[in-house]
Write a new protein. Sequence first.
Length: 246
Amino acid sequence: MLVVLIVIAVVAVTLSLDKIFKKGVETVGPQLTQVEVKLDGVSLSPLSGGGSIKGLHVGNPKGYQTPSAIRVDRASLSTQPSSLLSDKIVIRSINVQAPEITFEGDLKGNNISQILKNVEAATGGGGDTQGAKPEPTPASGPSKKLQVDDFVIAGGKIKLSTGLLAGRAVTVPLPDIHLTGLGTGPEGIGAGDLTRIVLSAINKETLAAVSGAIGKLGKDAATAVGDTQGALDAAKGVTDLIKKKK
């Protein structure tokens, strides 16, 4: 009988954690980003500390037409089991594989940068808080804090939806992103600050990849008609635009 009760308790805790995590993402996510955030499913094991999420959908701000800004089919994570029910959840690793970023707009104004601005406004501004004591903000949620030792985003791609490509459909790779030591201090890090840091890295790498793609297309087009100076001007124009953006 005791064994049965223990098994029932473990199953109950597991189901509760899954529901709590999913509800948290779909509740806090829109508050931070000001866009729709949906999650198809979550699987967490309080015994092993392992888990996975599937079907993360981050929508677009008002005024943008593409169905989503970010889609992640699947991601895995590893936690410290003893921390799952404590005030600070320790996540050993998060591994996001093959996310799909849809870039809509241009280098001066686009959906990804706008979502980042929304998060910065919700969390009290920009700045890198890796390893630093985070500022308490209402959008960071309740007192539950986080520590993420290793955060990897790899194998992603960026679908470009921008007038700068003159109607061309282009997909470019998203450079891999590796963040470490997030919230390692005793105070941990809030969900809002963690979201801001990760989205800031995604925005930075997306802009760099998009600028490279646009510059290459402009250079190739000018070269195709024998306009060497035009090719150089096209490449320089994109570089100058990115500098202004930064």
